[in-house]
Design a protein. Structure first.
Length: 180
């Protein structure tokens, strides 16, 4: 539930800690950043209470999904990201896990009625932490990907597939060429 979602500052603190631990134990981190589409229109049509109800309903669905046995092997953490967004961190996850969870969340929210005449959708960005990547860089990639999902009309998932840094690609290429 929204009340159970961590505030932004505490979530970011826990994310930073997870990034540090990932450097030591190699467990993957995936972020799913969710944004309620057209929340301003919901607020205009249904008042602030309608917007709050929409956020609570989305948060409840996210929390329920994280409690599902299918995701129990991953450490899931839910937080508020901004006024109309939530963020999920999956520790011990691969990018594909995040994509599957994101689609599950997107479809559950789109298929739900919050009130008799209130339906909302969400846009979801998925990004996997890269070894050595800072928390700020991971968040920036995830936010940029969310903007892309919103730009294409919402009610969709976009995955951050940023190429690896040039120096890493160069090392990989040179090692591969030595083997040939």
């Amino acid at each position: 539930m929204l009340e159970a979602a961590l505030g932004r500052a505490l979530f970011l603190e826990r994310l930073e800690s997870a990034v540090v631990r990932a450097a030591a134990d190699g467990r993957g981190i995936v972020l799913c950043l969710l944004d309620v589409d057209q929340l301003r229109n919901v607020n205009d049509r249904h008042g602030q209470a309608g917007g709050d109800a929409a956020l609570r309903a989305v948060a409840a669905r996210v929390g329920a999904a994280l409690d599902d046995a299918r995701w129990s092997t991953l450490e899931g953490l839910l937080g508020r990201f901004d006024g109309d967004g939530l963020i999920v961190m999956l520790r011990g996850a691969r990018l594909r896990d995040g994509e599957e969870l994101a689609e599950e969340l997107r479809s559950h929210v789109a298929g739900a009625s919050i009130a008799p005449d209130l339906h909302v959708t969400v846009s979801v960005a998925v990004a996997a932490h890269r070894p050595g990547e800072s928390t700020d860089s991971l968040l920036a990639r995830t936010e940029k990907t969310l903007h892309l999902a919103k730009q294409f009309g919402g009610d969709r998932i976009e995955t951050a597939r940023t190429p690896e840094p040039r120096e890493r690609r160069a090392r990989t290429t040179s090692i591969d060429s030595l083997r040939a």
